[in-house]
Design a binder for this molecule. Structure first.
Ligand code: MN
Length: 163
């Protein structure tokens, strides 16, 4: 009997500790998410203009569009252009940007990328890292972005292998 009680007590103690540990970790995760997420992550976007898992939250949409975009690893835009031009402010992670006819460029937190009017390009995460940027699409309301073909897995792998 005594032995059984000791075992039961032991199991209970373990359970209590593991629950406390879990709850502590959950709180830590919530805190980290709050600290890291400066702007809302938004909703997962459909794959008609993107490949992979991409989240977008439109922060402002009068005249110029300002949106917070998060690309999970392998997530990327299709090829597209912005008639008014676009500035990307990378707020987290590491990713890629490529203008048509130019080598792919690795971009990271703190980088500012200026994309000229009507320049065909794509942007996204790397194959292993996610990337978040604020996209400022100038004069988007009157001159919305034009969307083209997807960056295929083969094209993506081929381009990033050159980095
Ligand atoms: Mn763009």
């Amino acid at each position: 009997m005594k032995k059984t009680s000791a075992i039961t007590l032991g199991i209970l103690t373990l359970l209590i500790f593991s629950c406390q540990e879990k709850s502590f970790q959950n709180k830590e995760n919530q805190l980290a998410e709050k600290q890291e997420m400066l702007f809302p992550k938004g909703e997962k976007v459909p794959n008609d203009k993107f490949t992979g898992t991409v989240y977008q939250s439109i922060l402002s949409d009068e005249g110029t569009r300002v949106s917070n975009v998060t690309f999970e690893p392998n997530g990327r835009t299709n090829w597209h252009n912005h008639p008014g031009g676009q500035t990307l402010l990378v707020t987290d992670g590491v990713g890629y940007h490529q203008e048509e006819g130019k080598p792919v460029q690795k971009i990271k937190k703190g980088d500012i990328i200026k994309i000229g009017k009507n320049v065909k390009h794509w942007h996204g995460g790397t194959d292993v890292e996610s990337m978040t940027h604020i996209a400022v699409s100038i004069d988007h309301e009157k001159n919305p972005s034009q969307w083209f073909e997807a960056v295929s897995d083969e094209e993506f792998k081929n381009e990033i292998s050159k980095k």
